[in-house]
Write a new protein. Sequence first.
Length: 433
Amino acid sequence: MFTRKFLVFIILMGFVGPIFGQYNPDVIYDSAIHTVRVHPANAPLAMPIISLNELSPLQISFDDFNANYQDYYYSVELMSAKWASVPISPFDYLQGFNQNKINEYAVSSIATQRYFHYQFTFPNANCRPKQSGNYIIKVYKNRNAGEVVFTSRFYVVENQVAIAASVQSPFDGTISRTHQQIKVIADVKKIPFLQPDQITLQVIQNFKYNEVQTIDAPTFIRDNKLEYNREGQLLFPAGKEARWLDLRSLRLASDRIYKFESINDQTIVYLKPDISRADMSYYTFNDLNGNYMISNIESLESDYQNDYAKVVFTYMPSGKLPFVGQNLYLQGVFTNNLLDQNALMVFNAKLGLYQKTLLLKQGYYSYNYVLREASVLKENTDDAILTMDDYTETEGNHWETENNYSLFLYYRAPGARNDQIIGYVTISSTQGW
């Protein structure tokens, strides 16, 4: 703990900026697995975060297109702040058993696509975390940890540190109307023998985990408060409110749907072509910030009665000409916000349109389009985590856009082998308006 009042200016700022190329913990390894959801129970649009002090459960669910029941188990693993494995026994960070059977499932009904819907909650009576930090949940078959079908992240946080944060317009006039800047003050007086060089702040905008901005050193330390307020730091393109798709009915076309087709009992949904919104006037409306929710308007049980459809997204570029030296990507939680082959739009020269077909479960979806320099893609790789989002040509950037920001304060205590999350807060850019 700090024992006297002082003011320190950190000259060497350490690493400031996005982390790219780190391990991505949200991966589906089995092509039969679809619609993996991890969120707080009864809050399907919230980030997968639980408090070590309260341990309100997460709900984990997924669909398996295999035609028969599978014997699924799960385990959890503590990770570092950068999502790397840590050399710690599960007995040190878990209470209970770290191999648990998934007992709750339902067979799809009404839906043309046959699937088994599995779900469970964590923590539970069999297993609960004892430490805060980054975690992944692993789901695998037949008690064989080598048969992993998917992994997904979640966070366990503590409230040892009070974090005050705000979203402001940048001082730089060239981006003051297009970007948002986060200013942060963290009160660390409850942390004994604090070593400030072991503190790391991470900020995530709208579920875009792979564009997390990380700061290894505060701008100032005043008394027991760490201040992060350097100009040019924690800047995010503001974008616009996300586009939307209402897929809750596969019979009644919503505003964004052009037409339905049925081929071999498979529903194909063609969306109306999207165009650039960069030159359109800004207006605000409630959106899901790139997230989605599973629901329908035709049955009672969305989890196992919702059907699947092939959805054809279409983007019409200016003059129906392809972007030169740039790739166009579809971005949203349903693509893990990754700009990879799964999200890459393909140009149809005959139609003069970019298109992408994805298999989606009935629900309400939100998304955006992002352009990237084609040369940024890593050589000889299909999947690349690229630079930060910039919606300049496809969506436009407006400072007034409502965005959510999640702030995590990590600390590795003296002698510890893992990173605790000692403080956490979520703020909205429209908070206080």
